[in-house]
Design a protein around this ligand. Structure first.
Ligand code: TMP
Length: 212
């Protein structure tokens, strides 16, 4: 693939989406072709799956189905958006990807890790991010920020022990993939974080030889 695939991850309330939007603006103004997507969602099919996944009404959803729906949204995103954009040399920015399934369904729900990995191998057809920014915020700080957000969705409203396991899951991934994952202290000003993310992105784009 010619382009570069960047993902952002972190707990709910870590500010990753704000940072992703700022990064898109900065890369666009430098002349890069940037394609933005998210998970679950990013496509019409994916957005419909997102509604099913996040609706608080669906409290009966079993972990197996939850995992499959995240993977289904991801497969549509890969086929329709991510793979074609990378093939033509674009920078693809995706708000969450497979790491989220490992952290939330693997560590959070304690679902079988081998099954999560094989299902995701199928869903992504082996596409993995070149760089992942992990926005680091303790579950306690994340919860304080979420208070201002109004009604919580089905995943956000899980208990503190779940969110603690998700947090630990992200850190386990950071240890496993130290080259790919860049830890960002999410408890700094929006401007500071943006500068850090932009500098790291430009350096990786240069090293990879992605053209304007
Ligand atoms: P978002 O709020 O970052 O858009 O993500 C939606 C929710 O879905 C968030 O609580 C994290 C969760 N999630 C998973 O549990 N597994 C996944 O694979 C993904 C992509 C998201």
């Amino acid at each position: 693939m010619n382009g570069m695939f960047i993902t952002v991850e972190g707990p709910d309330g870590s500010g990753k989406t704000t940072q992703l939007n700022l990064l898109v603006e900065a890369l666009n103004s430098k002349g890069y072709e940037v394609v933005v997507t998210r998970e679950p969602g990013g496509t019409t099919v994916g957005n419909s799956i997102r509604e099913v996944l996040l609706s608080p009404e669906h409290h009966e959803m079993t972990p197996r189905v939850e995992m499959m729906l995240y993977a289904a949204s991801r497969a549509q995103n890969v086929d329709q958006i991510i793979r074609p954009a990378l093939a033509r040399g674009a920078v693809v920015l995706c708000d969450r990807f497979v790491d989220a399934s490992i952290a939330y369904q693997g560590y959070g729900l304690q679902y079988d890790m081998d099954q999560i990995e094989s299902l995701n191998e199928w869903a992504t057809s082996g596409i993995t991010p070149d760089v992942t920014f992990l926005f680091d915020l303790t579950p306690q700080r994340a919860q304080e920020r979420m208070k201002d957000r109004g009604q919580l969705d089905r995943i956000e409203s899980r208990d503190q022990a779940f969110h603690q396991r998700v947090y630990e899951g992200f850190h386990a991934l950071l240890n496993k993939y130290p080259e790919r994952m860049i830890l960002i202290d999410a408890d700094q000003s929006v401007e500071c974080i943006h500068d850090e993310v932009l500098d790291a992105t430009l350096e990786r784009l240069k090293n990879r030889g992605v053209k304007l």
